[in-house]
Design a binder for this molecule. Structure first.
Ligand SMILES: [Zn+2]
Length: 313
């Protein structure tokens, strides 16, 4: 791709994928979700506890958990942002990255993997490993989005997987991975830091608006709310790192499951009433009780509605 095409593609990715968060945070700005040009200075650090940080900018929110033997990362952002993450970590610790967890298969959470040394352990849900190998297009996005793992000869793909639950490390350095079923994709990992009482939700909870229901990668509209409700009931969690927005309370995650239930139920009722996907997408409004929510663009509602339509008999 030519450089203007690359930039245009990045803008389109950002506009479609995280448009709402962009509007809230300032598109393309410092630390903004569109990423801009990869650089260490464009990464903003938010300290949650003495050894748990959120690194913002360049795609999805990255968590950095500093353990005695090295750094465990959750998600590695867009292409070109792996090295800036490594450089930013040097301002926090002299320990190397030893483990990467990817919450799901999408490019703005995994593409940075290929920039880390091949000795780093990469952990995902078993379905996410499959999706990263298949590299199916993200449902609802029109992207020129080549697999970074083809170019890398497979480097950056998961080296370890789990099905329902996995714990890494012990004592105060333990990290728990949970799988609660399909939602944003069919391989969404929920990553809990028990000592910090924090959970990384990835894009199952991207922001307070409509999500992507990526049926090309196992995502589901009908299962989405139930999966979120199970995650919100995870014991010992107070705060949630979202995919692209601020750190929120676990109560916000519970409310988000109710928001998704309202959206999906309304779509199912519209289908049963004989309405079309477009009619639904052009008329559905965020219910009053969801304060602070952003009205999703019609294109986003159309994608969500189509997934629900296809899943509803
Ligand atoms: Zn995603």
């Amino acid at each position: 791709m030519t450089r203007p095409t690359v930039l245009a593609t990045i803008v389109i990715i950002g506009a479609l994928c995280v448009g709402i968060a962009a509007a809230q945070r300032g598109a393309g700005g410092r630390g903004g979700p569109l990423g801009g040009k990869p650089s260490v200075d464009a990464i903003e650090v938010e300290k949650l506890t003495d050894n748990l940080f959120v690194l913002r900018g360049g795609g999805g929110n990255t968590a950095a958990f500093i353990r005695s033997d090295g750094v465990l990362l959750v998600d590695t952002k867009l292409t070109g942002w792996g090295q800036p993450i490594i450089d930013k970590l040097k301002t926090l610790t002299d320990k190397p990255v030893t483990t990467i967890i990817n919450t799901h298969t999408h490019f703005d959470h995994v593409n940075g993997n290929v920039e880390f040394p091949p000795t780093v352990e990469i952990v995902t849900h078993e379905n996410t490993k499959k999706y990263m190998q298949e590299w199916n297009p993200v449902y609802g996005l029109q992207l020129d989005n080549p697999s970074p793992f083809k170019a890398s000869g497979g480097r950056g793909l998961p080296t370890r997987t789990f099905s329902d639950r996995l714990s890494l490390g012990r004592g105060s350095e333990q990290v728990d991975l949970h799988y609660y079923g399909a939602a944003h994709t069919g391989g969404d990992a929920w990553v809990v830091f028990p000592t910090s009482r924090v959970m990384h939700a990835g894009d199952t909870f991207p922001n307070k608006s409509a999500p992507i229901m990526d049926k090309n990668n196992g995502g589901s509209g009908v299962a989405y709310a139930g999966t979120l409700a199970k995650a919100a009931a995870t014991p010992g969690v107070d705060r949630v790192i979202t995919g692209h927005s601020a750190v929120m309370a676990v109560g916000d995650l519970k409310e988000y499951s109710e928001f998704i239930r309202e959206l999906v139920t309304a779509a199912q009722q519209a289908k049963k009433a004989g309405r079309t996907v477009d009619e639904f997408a052009n008329t559905w409004k965020v219910p009053e009780r969801f304060k602070g929510y952003t009205q999703p663009p019609a294109a986003s509602l159309r994608s969500n509605a189509q997934v629900v339509w296809d899943e509803t008999k």
